[in-house]
Every structure is written in C-alpha cells, then in structure tokens.
Design a protein around this ligand. Sequence first.
Ligand code: MN
Length: 426
Amino acid sequence: MSLIESWVESANRPDTDFPLNNLALGVFTTGPEDVPRCGVAIGDMILDVARLEEAGILRPGGDEPVLGLPFWNAFMELGPAAWLAFREALTELLRKGAQDRARVEPALVPMARAVLHMPFAVAEFTDFYAGRHHAFNVGTMFRGPENALPPNWLHIPIGYNGRASSVVVSGTDFRRPWGQIKGPEFESPILAPSRRFDFELEMGAIVGQPSRFGHPVTVAEADEMIFGYVILNDWSARDIQAWEYQPLGPFQAKATATTVSPWIVMKAALEPFRAPTPPREKPLLPYLEEPGPMLYDIALEVALRPEGGEESVITRTNYREMYYSSAQQLAHHTLSGCPMNIGDLLGSGTISGPTRESRGSMLELSWGGKEPLALPGGISRTFLEDNDEVIMRGAAIGDGYRIGFGACRGRVLPALPEAEILKQGA
Ligand code: MN
C-alpha cells in the first residue's frame, strides 16, 4: 500500500498523521457560538462533512442526516457497508485531480483554528489487562517472577467494567484524586490525595455494531463489529487501587478520568497493518481462537512534560505486543450473553514491550517507585507530579505515509483542597 495523493497538499507530507489513506473522524467547533459537528482530518485541515451533507454532496444516511451531530454514533449505526462507501466517496472527493474540488474546498477548515471534542458518545467502558509484558512486570513486583501471571491469565482476557462518564477527549485537564490509602506503615487507611498517580498507554476499540441480548459472537463477528480505534490513557491511582482491588477489582482507582485521542481511525485505514498475536503459551478454548491476524502494527510513544519544562519521550512500544486482540476481548465479553452496544469502548490493557524502554506505565518504568526515571534538566520522576502533562502518540507506518491518531494529552492538576473534601463533616 502506498500514499494516495490528495489535492490538499499538506496531506501528502510523509510526517502528517492524516494522509488521504487515513480519513480519521472527529467532532469539532471553530468558535464559542459554533455547534459541534462531524469532521474528517485531511493533512492540517478538517473537512466539514456536516456542511457537505447539508449541501447534498455526501449522503451516507440517505435522507437521514447523520453528520451534523456532536458524535459519530449515528453514522456507526449505518453499518460496515456504509462505512466503506463513505470512505470511497471521500477518497473520490479529495483525490488529486478530483472533479469536485471547487465544491469541496470551501468546506475545509484549518485544524489549528478548531477545538476538538469527544468524537463519539461512549455507551459503556470496559478495560482489559491483556498485555503479557505489563501483566508479567506488575505481577513480578507484587508476587515475584514465579507467580507473576495469575493462573487464569493465559486463558481469559481479564477485564473489569469501568466508567463511561469520565471518558474525556485529549486536552481535558483534571485534578489528582483523593482516596482511601493504606500503606504498610499504617494500621488503618487514611484519606489523602493519591501519591502514586500514573498513566497507562492503551489502544481503545470502538464497537460500531450491536450484538443481541443472549447471543455470544465469534471472534470473526467481533472483528466485523469494531468500527475503529483511538489511543487511550487509562489514568490509574496505584495506591488507591492497592487497597481497594481485592476481591472485585479496580473501582475508584480507575474512575477519575480516561483520556482518548481526538480522532477515530477507522478499521479500514488500518487493514494494511494487520499483525498476528504472539504465539500462544497455552492453547486457547476454541471460542477465543482467531481466524486471522487481529492486531495492528502501530508504533506508540509516551512523552512527559513537567510544568514549565520540555517534553521528552519516556517510552516507545507497539500495539502488536498485546497477547489478546480487541476482537478476542469483544467475543469474550459477549460469552455470558451480555449485549454490546454502538459506542461501547474497550481498553486494550497497558501496552508494554519486553524492554525497560518500552514499558507503558510509570509503575513499570520506575519499578514500583524504586528506580526513578531521569528527565532532561535534572528532573526525576517515580509517579506523576502535579501539573505534569502526559502526551501519547501513535501511528501505523506505511510506505511514505503514516496513519496517526493525533496527540492524546492530559494534565494532572493539584488535588482539591482538603476543606472541599472534608466539608460534609463540617
Ligand atoms: Mn488499564
């Protein structure tokens, strides 16, 4: 696969996240009075597809308008054939030498002038624990290398039901959470701001077609149901988690915020980059076997920027390091008969590689806080400090082009003052 050239010149640059091959989907406004609507990234521009739908140039939903809305869910509902037809129509409109250029050009908006919003309405959020290296590292820290992987890990994509209400778009800052914390030095828990606040580098799969109540789906069907992917930061309060997580799993530790990249990359754009899961260490039950490669070769990196300081990359890894694919996770999710809905978001689990430089969380990078990470300017970190900004980026790298997601940013502001937390007792 090579670059499809566009008359939008910035889309032909090898360093753009948004060549014509990508056609990533977002929701944008260009001013405070503006109504959020669907847009498609092309080079350093956004194509206002809501405007093209109004003008009758694009009509993915027939008579039903689906693009003048602050989410892509109505478009997802149209199904995989409509998704592909839409990509083909856009490719024809934006291709170098396209007949319709004069009609389309007025609908281009500079990305630098736009504010990006949540690109879809999150129905429910489930987060998994499907990275072999991450699970091994965390298990080694807590239980030693012999017992690092729980006995179920090589058989089940382990997950928990998270919160959709705190999924936010890149650029949304939030406060460090307060919580119950019980260190080994205390007999009882204390109420305090988290001291071991962390990021988790993940991919998020967006479910674009529903499954029926009572009807499990196969891995192949699950793959068909996936609409696209975002980069996802599953912020985690390690100290709150350590005290609360047994026996029902994470609760408040993961509820503060989950940040997603502003652009959804449709599955079709990632097709040339499919990659197999690593060899199975234990055979899987047949319902989890993959009919083909279900992961993607997506290079990922995380940068950290301390307040007033410079940004530096602290880890580099790849989505193909996962042990379970999103399609396997989705199939497993329906095994009980649990129906899945349009807009459901599945976090992959932290994506760590095999080396120290490819670990996908501060917990692993600083080895539980024991090995501080050195940053430029003589700064060091074990976990995130107040006003630290975490920036995640990723792209599938093609021949002379890349399929990117835009940056996934978030900043941890200082915790609420104690008086705010204790006011109930006043
Ligand atoms: Mn996670």
